[in-house]
Design a protein around this ligand. Structure first.
Ligand code: SGN
Ligand code: CA
Length: 526
């Protein structure tokens, strides 16, 4: 959208552009769009992004997209939680505009979505895998999605007739297979838009059986902030319920079942059972136990001997967490490889836009945490890689501040379809062309969820160099200098030398809230 043009002029331009497109471009010439998406995939565990895990846990297939296309190095979400991120992607709007502000809301299927526009505009559309928006998908010629969060082992998929069918196998593999089957069977007279959306690497970080033990031989580096004391920042950091130390569940997350422990009693937390294990077939359970049992017995023995310090226990849990998380990523990376191979084998590579992204980031032990929700870098960042052989210079690394509100307008722009006025994001395609371009200098963030993991509502603005966070309940501000303090260990909101920037960012925050028409804060909520 060109904001310097007056509305009527814009409308005339859009209409004439549309007329040109429909008179000249045959639908088949428009690019296919393959949207490969995962759940909770932190950029640190994608080797193309570099970082401390790149050497120990490479993702060669996701990296191929970066090598043959572009990797956005400053890509962020609007609200770091699952359903809201997905709703934002479909609508190109911040959560307060699409109505899906927290998990547990119900997506209004009557509103405009990019899938509806693509379908109406001549695309064959499908979504397979995780959906998590409560109402059934609309705007898709074909869909087959998990109920709610979905399961890793032998998962259920909701069918288009509303029935639920359970399939034997691993969720990531089944999602891939179903996506490939749909590509085989699709209406080949039309371009396609396929959203292939994995459950992995979401909690409970359950790997494919073939990947158990994949990272046992490597030394997984620990984040410098694993033992964060939460000083010098908002008091709510210390009351989060997402610490590896105090909240990572022994059976559910660390995978030491109660029936494996004999007389040994583990400290809290030990609230949940092992629902994923319970879903397995006897043969799958046997392979699982063959792998985990000896490791678990060794740990239990060390623990019972009294020789492990509190820090040793956190370190053990961190390694257990990372080995499983990275193993689930391994299957996602294999899936990406299979999808890219499919395009190659079917002559589709040249005319297909491939995107890899994930609904938000995740803490991989930074600040001692797992989970997401925060506007801090690890969970705020989303991976965004895009390949379009015709249009994207291989190996590009755009550094502009992009957000998931931008995906819908990007798809529409690529498809030659108009973007409705109400969409808040902007097409990313100009960023993939050479030469100077005007782009936003700041991002707006809003987190509304209450309850699980005890992260308070917070809102903020991020520029290239600073981040301002507002906590409406306590009316507190935090300010982070991202150049001086990239790990966000100290809020400088009270420091004298930061008062000028603090006030400039408060103005920018107000400006963004006006621009995006954000509702007033509800400070009665946590
Ligand atoms: C589940 C998880 C949480 C996670 C939320 C949100 N608990 O509720 O740990 O934060 O999902 O994740 S679990 O017991 O079900 O694993 S999201 O990706 O769907 O937003
Ligand atoms: Ca998620």
């Amino acid at each position: 959208m060109n904001h310097s043009l007056a509305r009527p002029t814009r409308r005339i331009l859009t209409l004439s552009l549309l007329a040109m497109l429909f008179s000249t471009a045959a639908p088949a010439e428009r690019p296919n769009i393959l949207f490969l998406f995962s759940d909770d995939h932190a950029i640190k565990s994608i080797s193309a992004y570099g970082g401390s895990l790149a050497a120990v846990a490479p993702t060669p297939n996701i990296d191929r997209i970066a090598r043959e296309g572009a990797i956005f190095t400053n890509s962020f979400c609007a609200n770091s939680i699952c359903g809201p991120s997905r709703a934002t992607i479909l609508t190109g709007k911040h959560s307060h505009k699409n109505g899906f502000m927290r998990n547990g809301n119900t997506f209004d299927p009557n509103q405009w979505t990019v899938a509806k526009s693509l379908q109406k505009g001549g695309y064959n559309t499908a979504v397979i895998g995780k959906w998590h928006l409560k109402t059934n998908p609309v705007g898709f010629d074909h869909w087959e999605v998990f109920p709610g969060q979905g399961s890793y082992y032998n998962p259920v998929f909701i069918q288009m007739d509303g029935s639920k069918q359970r399939f034997e196998g691993y969720a990531t593999d089944l999602t891939t297979k179903k996506a490939i089957n749909w590509l085989d069977d699709r209406d080949k007279s039309k371009p396609f838009f396929l959203m292939c959306q994995h459950k992995a690497p979401h909690r409970t970080f359950a790997p494919a059986i073939r990947h158990l033990g994949s990272f046992d031989e490597v030394e997984i580096p620990e984040p410098e902030t694993l033992f964060d004391n939460y000083y010098n920042r908002h008091s709510s950091l210390a009351s989060n319920e997402m610490e590896i130390d105090r909240h990572f569940d022994w059976a559910y997350d660390a995978k030491i079942r109660k029936d494996e422990r004999g007389d040994i009693r583990l400290p809290k937390p030990d609230r949940y059972g092992t629902p994923e294990y319970n879903r397995m077939t006897a043969a799958q359970k046997e392979q699982w136990d063959n792998y985990f049992s000896p490791h678990n017995q060794r740990f239990l023995k060390d623990y019972a001997s009294g020789g492990m310090s509190d820090e040793d226990i956190v370190r053990w849990k961190y390694r257990r967490y990372m080995r499983n998380y990275l193993s689930t990523v391994k299957a996602v990376d294999e899936s990406v490889g299979q999808m890219l191979d499919y395009l190659d084998a079917n002559g589709l590579t040249e005319n297909t836009i491939v995107i890899y992204s994930s609904d938000q980031g995740f803490f991989l032990g930074e600040h001692g945490w797992y989970d997401k929700r925060w506007m801090f870098e690890e969970s705020f960042r989303m991976p965004f890689l895009i390949r379009w052989p015709d249009r994207v210079q291989p190996g590009s690394r755009p550094a502009q501040l992009i957000q998931n509100i931008d995906y819908a307008p990007t798809f529409l722009h690529a498809a030659g379809l108009p973007t409705p006025e109400e969409v808040q994001g902007k097409s990313l395609l100009p960023l993939l062309e050479t030469g100077p371009k005007a782009w936003r200098q700041s991002l707006y963030y809003a987190y509304y969820e209450l309850g699980e993991h005890a992260v308070p509502q917070h809102f903020g603005v991020r520029t290239d160099t600073h981040k301002l966070i507002y906590f409406p309940k306590s009316e507190d501000w935090n300010l982070y200098d991202l150049t001086e303090d990239p790990q966000e260990m100290k809020s400088v909101h009270a420091a004298e030398e930061y008062q000028v920037i603090l006030s400039a960012l408060k103005t920018e925050f107000r400006h963004l809230r006006e621009k995006y028409e954000a509702p007033p804060f509800d400070s009665s909520r946590r």
